[in-house]
Design a protein around this ligand. Structure first.
Ligand SMILES: Cc1cc2nc3c(=O)[nH]c(=O)nc-3n(C[C@H](O)[C@H](O)[C@H](O)COP(=O)(O)OP(=O)(O)OC[C@H]3O[C@@H](n4cnc5c(N)ncnc54)[C@H](O)[C@@H]3O)c2cc1C
Length: 358
């Protein structure tokens, strides 16, 4: 049985981000690292997007960056600026390639397909496998998207559409998300915030086809890439153990109101690297408690009043995109939190708040 100083379980976004962060800061010169990853090859399987609120290691994997975005509900459209915090999309294919190329240079780092031949007794473990309970009342952000190429130039590549709520809601929260990478290439995604077992909303292909052909009015296009996924809008039940830290989704790095995780993973990786010499004694890194609390209330309102959510999202963004971006990226101050809270319709939120205190 082989032994390693560190073991990362799951070489996905969080596992590889952490390995890369440790490697580029020379934390693996005299330490050994095993990465457990079952996939047989790395290829593009996701696009990760986020507001760049602080620098990260993957600027060279950015497929496209925007300084303008829109959000719309039936009969209302808002054009918003995000030049302070550009919205970036990372191509996971480039991300995997960059990291794997770097990690190969260090013979102290070894990949394994499973954990069977490793003795974990003396290792520090970073685990990215979430333990998700199967409560059917849990909310998920589930989505499916296709990257299309049109014959003629169709898209305005300078502005992306964050949320188009002008579509069927089916007692849930539903919007389309469009990222125009070039004038004739865009990712179009149908996104739902709902319980996962609602089969009537899972005909993603039909939804996207209808949206592209009847709403965007694009008849001639080919599909270059497809992605589908589901992000839990609840915390996994992984617990911290003496020689183990949970990272990524398993480590609670998802903002529950939005599903954004990528940049939190980067911040967590940096924190671990800064504390690696004394990692078993380091405080657990968490998204600030105030965001847990506010997101919990927000999701209660979302569950109870899905029909109100398009206009709530619209109001949240409209007028002060910089503040809401900071809020959604866990970087807002107290005054900014209050400004967001005051934009919310009072009664649904007060009722949701009181329920929490019951
Ligand atoms: C399609 C999709 C798009 C997303 N887009 C965004 C976005 O735009 N912005 C954003 O902020 N967040 C986004 N997210 C959310 C989040 O950023 C990603 O889910 C991110 O990949 C989470 O990183 P992770 O390391 O926790 O999980 P993963 O990246 O899923 O990594 C887990 C790894 O564990 C491996 N594994 C599986 N079973 C085992 C096993 N038994 N033993 C060892 N390893 C195993 C898997 O192969 C995988 O490589 C998206 C999620 C999905 C699914």
């Amino acid at each position: 049985m082989k032994e390693f100083d560190y073991v990362i379980i799951g070489g996905g976004c969080a596992g590889l981000s952490l390995a890369f962060e440790l490697e580029i800061h020379n934390k693996l010169e005299n330490k050994t690292l095993a990465i457990i990853e079952p996939r047989s090859e790395y290829k593009k399987d996701k696009t990760w997007s986020f507001w760049k609120i602080f620098p990260h290691n993957f600027e060279d994997c950015v497929k496209k960056s925007w300084e303008n975005f829109s959000i719309n509900i039936p009969n209302k459209f808002a054009h918003l600026k995000c030049n302070d915090f550009p919205y970036q999309t990372i191509d996971s294919g480039l991300f995997y390639e960059k990291i794997n190329r770097k990690l190969k240079e260090n013979s102290n780092i070894i990949f394994f397909k499973n954990i069977n031949n490793i003795n974990l007794n003396n290792s520090f473990i970073f685990n990215s496998l979430p333990t998700l309970n199967s409560d059917e009342n849990n909310l998920w952000q589930h989505f499916s998207g296709i990257e299309i190429e049109t014959k003629n130039n169709f898209f305005d590549e300078d502005i992306f559409n964050l949320m188009d709520f002008d579509c069927e809601q089916k007692d849930s929260v539903h919007f389309f998300y469009t990222l125009p990478f070039e004038k004739n290439k865009a990712l179009v995604e149908t996104t739902w915030l709902s319980k996962i077992n609602n089969s009537s909303i899972k005909n993603y292909e039909v939804q996207i086809k209808n949206y592209i052909e009847n709403h965007l009015n694009i008849k001639n296009y080919k599909i270059n890439y497809k992605e589908e996924g589901a992000i839990p809008l609840f915390y996994p039940s992984n617990t911290r153990e003496k020689n183990k830290i949970n990272i990524g989704t398993a480590g609670g790095m998802t903002r529950l109101s939005t599903g954004y995780t990528f940049l939190n993973i980067q911040e967590h990786s940096k924190y671990i690297r800064e504390n690696i010499e004394n990692i078993s004694k380091a405080k657990i890194f968490k998204i600030k408690k105030k965001y847990h609390f506010l997101d919990k209330i927000f999701l209660r309102v979302l569950k109870k009043h899905p029909e109100k959510m398009p206009s709530i999202f619209f109001r949240m963004f409209n007028g002060s995109s910089k503040i809401i971006i900071k809020f959604l990226s866990n970087k807002s101050n107290f005054i900014e939190d209050l400004l967001i809270i005051f934009k919310m319709p009072k009664w649904p939120f007060i009722k949701a708040l009181l329920k929490i205190n019951e």
